[in-house]
Ligand binder design. Structure first.
Ligand code: SF4
Length: 900
């Protein structure tokens, strides 16, 4: 082994698909930085990517197979899995089993799972968590283009004169791409329009923000189509020659959104703003429309996608430099999963399950004994199938549906009642592994090898740079071994991901003849070495285009039967469930800046957890007043589907009548904060994607007898409180606590909460019974082991300063004196809550610099404190803090809840 090595790989988080360089020394990972040679990011990475090195520890890992709660060996676990799956298929038929897989899987993992289910078990009951984020885009592409094709690429953002961002907080969810849009080296920054009910970080610096009524995007884009026709901007020759059904789409647009006044009324926007948007779109040929979950996660998501695509087709702005619709994928390999047929509604290699010819092609290529003949159950329906007992065995791979599915309590109940649940995961305890009969330890990012495809069709290699720990194995290996034990050894001969990739590439070209855009057959002959060094490449990759294809559809050829694009007549529909007197708010769910999915990886990082350490329910101050809410207090977020608890944050960034809840927290990190437990399960009738952005809700103040904050070196075994949220700190764990009942003896309570009964540690205490203020700290010698602060209201202590004390091997006498006050004597020792995760710069440092007159711009903050000068993800927040500080000098309240 070389002393120092570098491995090029790909980020495991969002669909931007940034290239990374992992360096290791003596076989151990030392640093992870952006790959300057990767076309997706040219060396840039965001806060999540730059903190990856902190997430590689083995804490909480599933290291050995577990059957019925007992650790066992692979042979037992694989044989049991295969035997029980085969028995269910034999007794109840192929449709009685299901796989629920993930956009976190590599393409090779996905390929074998899909092959086993659709080609050998003979059912299409394999669906993926990409159903929750991408299905409406997939369906929209298929309807318009005949195939799931993203026409353009990221370079179009550099070339565009107008960028329209619909339903996407790209500044937080696709940060490197967002920074590429706003800090490009171009002479003039492009105009940008953000279409989003919420004012997000992405609105910072936008030319126009259209804070439309939730769910009304189809009115807006129908109105745009009608307006383009009115202005004579429609490319009639292209429409005539290369498309179908334009007249029907235009007639429907004119009927539902005849003019700007009607659009403004339906979307609750100012007429002038609608007119400005329409005029800009008409004037700028080089327009890119980006869209993401705000469009997709809707009961009319597919229609919204087509309403957007209609406008690009009408102006023939598609597949050409600087223009086109661009769907941003949420997950690192959402598109790779679509390529191999990871969705229940399609076959492998973009072939259609309803097409007998396609079924025959795949069956012959696989030499499969049986092939699924009809679409399988989509995610929400699949879990209904489990609930109803139609599905008797389910294998869940690399995902956490008990947290991420809508109506999540119902999903959990279904799993707990299912006859046989297998979960492959790299973590031992998740909300979903708790429902499993068999746990199979999967290799994690950094330990496995394979390919992923990002939002611009770019296939990149994710390479291993450390060995899997314990018995952990790559997912493709696990599926292959189960398939062999089910009697399909001949069809699953794989010994490496390279072998699987070659087969996948060959299938894409098999009897293709140019009928399918997804064709990477030129990669089918890669030998192991060439596969190992495969450079990022955009599909199609064929003999005619061996270096890949930057753009598609620009030649006017589409992949429908007639070779023409299809306009879709979109009759706008409002969300399934409307607010009413009992549930007056529209609840939206989504991501925070520095966390990912269900916290299994980002929850390990102190840096990432410092930005948002607790779920906040964001509401407009007007709604807060109507609902008698108090800023910073805890509240129940209730819907017809369930309840969750979060801390209320007032913000004018919410539209009145709307609220926002982050999706990440779960039972491993909080007492009761699963956002999806309250999300309604309505789905889009075409794509099956759930309506995660629109659930009628009520927020109800929640009264507690006491509130607490604790920091401990080891995780608290028992927080002794009804409400708790835990977050990683530097060498410690942070807890927000609250209780309904008052303990009879607070020192006994503290010993139970932050104590180590077996040790004779030293304790410090401050107790003011009259004021109901109690503070305790535990020391091992001069090393701080834990501290807890309790008061009738949320303790006003410096959380970041207290957490920072745990990074020290010992406390000085002065620090011990300061400790129980909860705040440092010197104000500048308190950074405040962290804003810039890369350099650990807190809100108080920034506000103090502004107060001293040292900084008056985001650039000056960067020069003085370095904040915002690495990944740039925090720049919109720096700007917001700066504005607040300049507007109200001397007002310390801007240091509170500065973090959204
Ligand atoms: Fe990873 Fe951030 Fe790049 Fe997304 S933008 S791929 S999370 S580094």
């Amino acid at each position: 082994m070389m002393l120092n090595e570098e491995v090029r790989t790909t980020c495991p988080y969002c669909g931007v698909g940034c290239g990374l360089v992992a360096s290791r020394r003596l076989g151990k990972p030392k640093a992870i930085v952006g790959d300057p040679d990767h076309p997706a990011n040219a060396g840039r990475i965001c806060s999540k990517g730059s903190a990856l090195i902190e997430t590689l520890d083995l804490e909480g890992r599933l290291l050995h197979p577990v059957v019925c709660g007992m650790e066992t060996n692979w042979e037992t676990a694989l044989s049991d899995t295969a035997r029980r799956l085969a028995r269910v298929v034999r007794d109840h038929g192929p449709d009685s089993v299901a796989f629920y897989v993930s956009g976190q899987l590599l393409t090779e993992d996905y390929y074998v799972a899909n092959k086993l289910m659709k080609g050998f078990i003979g059912s299409a009951n394999i669906d993926t968590n990409s159903r929750l984020c991408m299905a409406s885009s997939v369906a929209g592409h298929q309807r318009a283009f005949g195939e799931d094709i993203v026409p353009g690429n990221y370079e179009d953002l550099d070339l565009a004169d107008l960028i329209v961002i619909v339903g996407s907080n790209a500044a937080w969810c696709h940060p490197v791409l967002y920074q590429r849009m706003v800090s490009g080296e171009r002479a003039a920054r492009p105009r940008s329009v953000v279409v989003d009910p919420r004012r997000t970080a992405t609105c910072d610096g936008a030319s126009l923000h259209l804070a439309l009524k939730p769910g009304t995007e189809s009115f807006l884009f129908n109105g745009l189509l009608a307006d383009l026709a009115r202005r004579g901007v429609v490319d009639r020759a292209f429409v005539e020659r290369n498309t179908e059904d334009f007249d029907a789409a235009l007639a429907e647009a004119r009927s539902s959104a005849p003019d700007t006044v009607a659009v403004a009324r339906a979307c609750e926007l100012a007429v002038d703003d609608v007119e400005r948007f329409f005029a800009w779109f008409a004037e700028n040929e080089k327009t890119v429309t980006l869209y993401s979950q705000g469009v997709n996660q809707s009961s009319s998501g597919t229609d919204k996608v087509n309403a957007i695509i209609n406008c690009h087709l009408a102006t023939s702005r598609i597949g050409k430099p600087g223009m086109g619709p661009l769907s941003l994928t949420g997950q690192p390999n959402a598109m790779g999963g679509r390529e191999v047929g990871g969705l229940a509604t399609q076959l492998a290699a973009h072939m259609r399950i309803e097409d007998a010819n396609h079924r025959d092609i795949v069956r012959r290529f696989w030499r499969s004994p049986t092939i699924a003949e009809r679409p399988g159950l989509k995610a929400v329906d699949l879990f209904r199938g489990i609930e109803e007992g139609r599905i008797k065995a389910v294998w869940i791979m690399a995902t956490n549906p008990v947290v991420s599915l809508p109506d999540a309590d119902r999903a959990r109940a279904a799993l707990l009642n299912c006859d046989f649940v297998v979960v492959s995961d790299c973590m031992r305890r998740t909300d979903t592994t708790e429902c499993a009969d068999i746990l199979l330890p999967a290799a994690a990012w950094g330990e496995k090898d394979g390919t992923v495809t990002n939002s611009e069709r770019r296939i990149s290699h994710q390479r291993a740079f450390m060995p899997p720990p314990g018995d952990a194995k790559p997912d493709w290996w696990i599926v292959t071994e189960v398939a062999r034990r089910m009697g399909f050894a001949e069809a699953f001969p794989y010994r490496s991901p390279a072998e699987i990739f070659r087969e996948h590439a060959a299938l894409s070209g098999f009897e293709n003849g140019g009928s399918r855009a997804f064709d990477i057959s030129a990669l089918a002959a890669l030998d192991d070495k060439a596969y190992g060094t495969l450079a990022p490449v955009q599909w199609p990759v064929t003999a005619e285009a061996p270096k890949g294809t930057a753009r598609l559809l620009g030649d006017g050829r589409f992949f429908t039967g007639a070779g023409k694009a299809r306009f879709i007549a979109v009759a706008p529909r409002l969300p399934v469930h409307s607010p009413d007197a009992d549930f007056p708010l529209v609840l939206n769910t989504g991501r925070t800046r520095d966390h990912w999915h269900t916290l299994t990886r980002t929850g390990k990082s102190a840096r990432l957890s410092s930005h948002s350490s607790e779920p906040l329910a964001e509401v407009h101050p007007v709604d807060a007043a109507n609902l008698s809410l108090t800023d910073g207090e805890l509240a129940t977020v209730a819907t017809k589907w369930g309840e969750t608890v979060a801390r209320v944050r007032f913000t004018p960034d919410q539209r009145p009548g709307s609220a926002f809840l982050p999706m990440h927290w779960n039972d491993q990190f909080a007492s009761r904060a699963r956002a999806n437990a309250v999300v309604n399960p309505a789905t889009d009738p075409v794509s099956g994607q759930p309506e995660s952005k629109h659930t009628p809700a009520r927020i109800i103040p929640l009264k507690f007898a006491w509130h607490g904050f604790a920091v401990t070196r080891e995780p608290c075994g028992n927080t002794m409180s009804e409400y708790w949220v835990q977050a990683r700190g530097p060498g410690c764990w942070r807890y927000e606590l609250a209780g309904m009942g008052t303990p009879a003896d607070w020192s006994f309570w503290a010993q139970s909460c932050i104590g180590a009964p077996e040790r004779q540690d030293e304790w410090m205490a401050f107790q003011n019974t009259a004021a109901r203020v109690f503070r305790f700290a535990r020391f091992n010698g001069s090393r701080l082991e834990g501290c807890v602060f309790v008061s009738p209201q949320m303790p006003g202590v410096s959380r970041s300063w207290l957490a920072s004390l745990f990074a020290k091997p010992r406390l000085s006498p002065a620090e011990r004196v300061e400790l129980l006050s909860g705040n440092p004597a010197m104000a500048d020792h308190d950074r405040g809550e962290i804003v810039c995760a890369c350099f650990g710069i807190g809100v108080r440092q920034i506000s103090q610099a502004v107060a001293r007159g040292s900084v008056r711009s985001v650039e000056e903050i960067g020069k003085l404190l370095r904040a915002g000068t690495s990944c740039g993800s925090c720049k919109p927040e720096l700007s917001a803090i700066l504005q607040r500080c300049l507007a109200t000098p001397g007002d310390a309240s801007h240091e509170m809840h500065a973090i959204a």
